[in-house]
Design a protein around this ligand. Structure first.
Ligand SMILES: [Zn+2]
Length: 293
């Protein structure tokens, strides 16, 4: 017994040492961000009124967004599959030259202790000033939600917009985003022409489609808004972990049933039903008042 007891103590000590070593080597919870701009935008553009009046402010903001997104999505140490030893993200940044922001280079291993990725922020970023939240959206793409990583582009974009509205700069003050969507949808549905356009777009929300169904215009903007609304509904009902699994591991519209336990058609029906019947107390004036000028 005494020998056994000693051995037990010894193994406890060894376990303690292993544990301490493991803790010491633990991957960091946050990545340090180094921004590599294509040009000195802080000289060539008016960025003083944006959320990043200096390059250092942009680095700090990106670090914060990545940490907040990792928290929200339960994706601590999300870079481990790219480079388990990474402590830094080298972020290539372009500003301007495009009407829309996008992530042009996925997160890849760049060095012993770093990964790299690239984001283009649209030229309207300076005009939108402090209202712009595209950075949070684009960084979410970088965390593994690149186009092509899912059977549904609508779910991918919806998730990035979800993260953007949760952790980025939210333009509607304290108003509830789903209530705004419900309000807008009901107003729109009273107009036959708009309703026809919107119902066609709704068909594509959450669908198995790996490309963008629309280039620009009201259809595209409505597709983004409704994709966000659908993803938000799925997260509210089924939790972030299952929805994340659906986006990253789902293979077709059948996967809704396999992962969430309800068919794609049923989930869509329930979501639209919720938008059309939820109690809406906000008014058009509330929405106009809430939008920061
Ligand atoms: Zn996007």
């Amino acid at each position: 017994m005494r020998v056994k007891g000693k051995r037990f103590l010894l193994s406890l000590m060894i376990f303690g040492v292993i544990l301490a070593t493991a803790c010491g080597k633990k991957t960091p919870e946050h990545l340090e961000v180094e921004v590599y701009p294509t040009a000195d935008y802080w000289v060539s553009m008016e960025l003083g009124d944006t959320l990043f009046p200096t390059k250092e402010a942009l680095e700090g903001l990106a670090e914060q967004y990545l940490a907040d997104a990792a928290d929200l999505l339960h994706m601590e140490n999300w870079w481990v599959e790219v480079n388990p030893n990474a402590t830094k993200l080298q972020l290539d940044i372009q500003i301007g030259g495009s009407a829309q922001s996008f992530t042009f280079a996925p997160a890849v291993k760049a060095g012993e202790d770093s990964i790299s990725g690239g984001i283009l922020l649209s030229s309207s970023i300076a005009e939108r000033g402090s209202k712009d939240a595209a950075l949070a959206h684009e960084l979410t793409h970088l965390m593994g939600f690149m186009s092509g990583n899912s059977f549904s582009m609508s779910l991918t974009e919806g998730l990035c917009d979800y993260v953007q509205s949760e952790i980025g700069h939210y333009p509607y003050g304290t108003l509830d985003i789903q209530e705004i969507n419900a309000y807008m949808l009901r107003i729109d549905f009273e107009n036959a022409t708009v309703r026809e356009m919107e119902e066609a777009v709704m068909e594509k929300v959450g669908a198995a489609e790996t490309g963008y169904p629309y280039g620009q215009g009201p259809e595209m903007s409505f597709w983004y808004t409704m994709s966000h609304s659908f993803v938000r509904y799925l997260i509210d009902e089924h939790g972030i972990d299952k929805v994340k699994k659906l986006i990253l591991q789902g293979e077709s519209e059948e996967s809704y049933n396999e992962i969430l336990g309800k068919s794609y058609e049923q989930l869509k029906e329930e979501w639209v039903e919720e938008l059309l019947t939820m109690e809406v107390t906000i008014t058009e004036q509330d929405i106009l008042d809430s939008i920061e000028k």
